[in-house]
Design a protein around this ligand. Sequence first.
Ligand SMILES: [Zn+2]
Length: 172
Amino acid sequence: MVIDMPTADATITAAQVMEWLHAVPDPEIPVISVVDLGIVRNVAIQNERCVVTITPTYSGCPAMREIEADIVSVLQSRGVQQVQVEVTLSPAWTTDWMSERGKQALKGYGIAPPMQRAVDVSGITRRSEPSVPCPQCASSNTRLISQFGSTACKALYRCQACGEPFDYFKAH
Ligand SMILES: [Zn+2]
């Protein structure tokens, strides 16, 4: 196997590392990278060491160990010898950190992306469930079936137009 290794004295920038991290998929939703998911909070180059700070999508996320190992392996294959992954829980991850590209990838995967959290300025109306468009046919005629879909962070909806059930990645 031939790996394209940069020379030892090549200067590695944080922007370059961030670009490489697009190759690390989310273990649960492989079509979306950890960068587009918004869990990579910071990349810092300290002397020879590269420190990547990540925030899990929810605390106790079992996929975090796998993500950490993937980050280290991807960066080492690029010639970054010393990789340190730090986990920070505050501020808590929010679906607002997901990139537009990430949301499109989710939709292509059949999962309705999180809606922007509505700000209720009046304080009068309170919507218990958002109107989520169907990722298959884009109809807004959909119904919440269950608050919990295939995982706790998703809700199960059914489209009244095409009859397909789908997961909605809940905004939080
Ligand atoms: Zn539909």
